[in-house]
Write a protein that binds this ligand. Sequence first.
Ligand SMILES: [Zn+2]
Length: 309
Amino acid sequence: MPNPAGMDAQVRQRAFQFLDDLRAVHGNALPREVLAQGFEFEGTRVPLMGPQGIFKPAVLDSMPLSITTVPVNPRKARPYEDTAGEDGVIHYKYRGTDPSHPDNVGLREAMRRQVPLIYFVGLVPGRYHAEYPVFIVGDDPADLAFRVQVDDQRVIAPAEAGVAESAATGLREYITVAAQRRMHQEEFRARVLMAYRECCAVCRLRHPELLEAAHILPDRHPQGHPVVPNGLALCKIHHAAFDRNILGIRPDLVVEIRRDILQEEDGPMLRHGLQELHGHGLVVVPRARELKPDPARLEERYQTFRQAG
Ligand SMILES: [Zn+2]
């Protein structure tokens, strides 16, 4: 008879390794079908997520392996405000309203025994960001929610050995705030890339691993929100060229290259990658009107480009 506590820990460690490997291939926006498929553990398939938010694979005894927040539909409000705010604590809603539903009981046991879990955040339909390990650090029955924090220690001493050092020192709050920022950035990137059909708006390059979400107006600007109308999907070179005012985009979506760059002579990257774009329109823009780049933000950004030339 295997030791159930030992096996529980092994499955969790294997799940974290599996996610490390997936992120090396897919980056931080993991396809749902790969997560639902999971990995093999001693001849048994272990999915990482299921149809419900709180998920325990059959191979585990009683405590869940993961919790999931569904992607936001940009046209609808999020059903649960799981990731709202950046106060160093994630509020994760119970399953339903019955505190003694087995899923809720399982998470309470995970809290008592301080086992590490995975937190999946839906970025866009079918794509999830994984944060791990996370720990259930509190239970708010009045709010029908658990309090969740992220840690960087994957193996935590059993509860009877005392509170994890990171929990005692406030380090988890700091790690959780950083994780919440990462999630918001990933969400912005995924939404912008989806709106631009995973193409660079300037050159149509189709490799998501070479694409980024550029801000039209920067983060620090009062209108620099991480929303699709303030974004552009650009490949890394065009993103850098846009940020450094080598490439500008007029409010009528025509690309301009800075005058001094147009006069340079160099190899094919300069010629095809920059100079030949001058005067051409963006090749990909979102189809939905409310996702198109905002002309007012483009105008303001274009004036900065003009001043740089
Ligand atoms: Zn490009």
